[in-house]
Design a binder for this molecule. Structure first.
Ligand code: FAD
Length: 569
């Protein structure tokens, strides 16, 4: 049953604010108009705003609802790319790992990775040792997070008793980082907004506007309110990730991409009880098993994918591949499709390469294309390199367009400027004292306090400000649920969450990593969001039903061997 704790205002502030933002989009002429609210578009909007350009970004779904919430959630150099001799890419990624650790210490977390070596495996111990030494060197002797070490067979089995003992020769421990990809995208975008950018989700670019030979803007449609309009800009950026060629096709431009699909499966931690991230070496590629709260996710795959990226789904072949990999390395687990709690599929916007017969051989580098005049397309790269991609794009755009458009810009400052919530020196110390204060002053359990600081960084203070209105907001969404009620209010008020699924899947990760997918708290969350967003009683019910359907679709695979859809509910 719904309980209406507060009467919804006739027009909610958020709705009013959104209408104003849409009106601004149609009225102003922006220096830069960015299509795509994944990590690439968000990083470009932030860089542009910091350089003093007026920037607007539109996203047809929710922010990060494309590939940027469907990655392996690693900020890493990519050990395996050393093998392909993409040394420049590895060096750049390791440098960017260091930058992200500095500017978003709450979201990017160093983690130990265990790499077991088996007799007859694809890479011998000596080769791996050389590779890891090179990796440490490229990171500046491990950067801030530590150098690799050699482990004996016994040390490995001690650390991870589920590892197959037969043929195990020993292995390595090395360090990389994990990240909440959707929240990294959101924090990047919120930084852009703080610096003056305009950002709108659920607004789709439906066409490009021309003036002679030059692109001067776009046609757009508000997917929530149905309004259509046009927006003008000095430069338009196509940052639509795996959708890049769809927009380019509108202009008759040549393709840029060779997209590939990758999937992850989520198992409960009680089924696959790992203490560290474990690298799963296969003959064709390596996979990662990553512990995450009460769950462990495993992936990924790499297969060419030409369809609409929104339709990418886990299929039986993908799932068998991942489950086979799990069972080969951890034979006592005997995981089957029925053990899969959740899953996701994402499409890599890889740049087309000639003569790459295997998906894994397609470069992870990025490319920027100009054409027609006024339109820049950027694709490829990784979550890890988003900042560097944005910097390269803006350098090029400013050099070519700045004089003609009379821009006065500042130098790039994205490597030194903390991301939203990330202005923290010495994160561990900060987290400890903030969690202590939350436990003492607000009576929050230690794990909730730590979660708040990890998720929101310094912004957790603003959440507490919201909770001052009503002390019950500090209660969990449902009994045993790690997420607090105040987070639903905050998501709708401050984080542009427009649907219950936006909150459940991307503002929090309940949909993927909570054993109940947050369903116990879905009505509560819909009520809290509904109060802010002015949802009627029917709308609240509709949001809960849509979310339930999305969860059923996601878990259908595990129950019936059906596909897991990647798209929105
Ligand atoms: P997207 O995130 O897809 O964003 C593009 C956005 O454009 C979408 O949200 C879409 O809705 C929007 N859009 C499309 N058309 C329109 C339109 N007409 N109007 C408005 N909006 C539109 N990288 C790492 O660094 N570490 C990893 O561990 C890692 N793992 C990965 C694992 C997998 C399985 C995959 C698939 C990728 C992984 N990557 C990883 C790569 C990384 O996730 C991507 O490079 C990155 O997320 C791409 O971001 P993007 O912004 O370019 O694309």
């Amino acid at each position: 049953m719904f309980s209406f704790r507060r009467k919804p205002p006739p027009t909610s502030p958020s709705e009013h604010d959104r209408n104003e933002r849409i009106a601004r989009l149609a009225k102003e002429t922006f220096d830069l108009l960015i299509i795509g609210g994944g990590i690439t578009g968000a990083a470009i909007a932030r860089d542009a705003a910091l350089r003093g350009l007026s920037a607007a970004l539109i996203e047809k779904g929710d922010f990060a609802s494309g590939t940027s919430s469907r990655s392996s959630k690693l900020v890493h150099g990519g050990l395996r790319y050393l093998k392909g001799r993409h040394v420049r890419l590895v060096r750049e990624s390791l440098r960017e790992r260091g930058v992200l650790l500095k500017i978003a210490p709450h979201l990017v977390e160093p983690a130990a990775f265990l790499l077991p070596v088996y007799a007859g495996g694809r890479d011998g111990r000596l080769k791996l040792r050389l590779g890891l030494t090179a990796y440490d060197l490229l990171a500046g002797f491990g950067g801030d997070i530590g150098r690799h070490s050699v482990l004996t067979r016994e040390q490995l089995l001690d650390a991870e008793p589920l590892l197959r003992p037969e043929g195990l020769q020993g292995g390595f421990r090395y360090f990389d980082c994990v990240v909440n990809d959707a929240r990294l995208t959101l924090a990047t975008l919120r930084s852009a907004v703080e610096d003056g950018a305009l950002a709108l989700n659920y607004v789709e670019a439906t066409g490009l506007q021309r003036d002679g030979d030059r692109i001067t803007g776009i046609a757009f449609r508000d997917r929530l309110g149905g309004k259509e309009g046009t927006a003008r800009a000095g430069v338009v950026v196509n940052a639509t990730g795996p959708w890049t060629d769809r927009l380019r096709e509108m202009m008759g431009l040549k393709r840029m991409l060779t997209p590939t699909k990758g999937i992850h499966l989520v198992l409960s931690h009680s089924r696959l009880a790992l203490s560290s991230i474990v690298v799963i070496p296969r003959a064709d590629r390596i996979l990662f098993a990553v512990p995450c709260g009460d769950s462990v996710y495993v992936g990924t795959t790499d297969t060419f994918f030409e369809d609409d990226p929104g339709t990418a789904a886990v299929d039986t072949a993908d799932a068998s591949y991942v489950l086979d990999a799990v069972n080969a390395l951890f034979p006592d687990v005997r995981a089957t499709a029925r053990d899969v709690v959740a899953g996701w599929a994402g499409v890599r916007p890889l740049v087309a390469a000639e003569g790459s017969p295997l998906p894994s051989d397609v470069s992870r580098d990025y490319e920027i294309e100009l054409g027609p005049e006024g339109l820049y397309s950027i694709a490829g790269g990784k979550l890890t390199t988003c900042r560097a991609m944005a910097e390269a794009l803006l350098n090029r755009v400013i050099e070519r367009e700045g004089p003609r458009l009379g821009w006065q810009t500042k130098a790039c400052r994205t490597a030194e400027t903390p991301l939203f919530g990330g202005n923290i020196d010495g994160f561990d110390r900060y987290a400890l004292s903030a969690a202590g204060a939350l436990a003492g002053g607000w009576n929050l359990p230690a794990d909730s306090a730590q979660r708040l600081v990890r998720t929101y960084g310094t912004e957790h203070v603003r959440l507490l400000g919201v909770a001052r209105r009503d002390a019950t907001l500090l209660q969990p969404l449902a009994e045993g649920c790690p997420v607090l009620r105040v987070e639903a209010v905050y998501a709708a008020e401050q984080e542009m969450a427009m649907t219950l699924q936006d909150f459940m899947e991307r503002r929090t990760e309940l949909m993927l990593f909570d054993p109940q997918h947050g369903l116990d708290g879905a009505e509560q969350a819909a009520n809290l969001m509904g109060d802010v967003l002015g949802w009627s009683r029917q709308e609240r019910q509709r949001q809960v039903s849509l979310y339930r359907e999305a969860v059923v679709r996601m878990t259908a695979f595990a129950k019936e061997g059906a596909a897991v859809p990647a798209g929105e509910g």
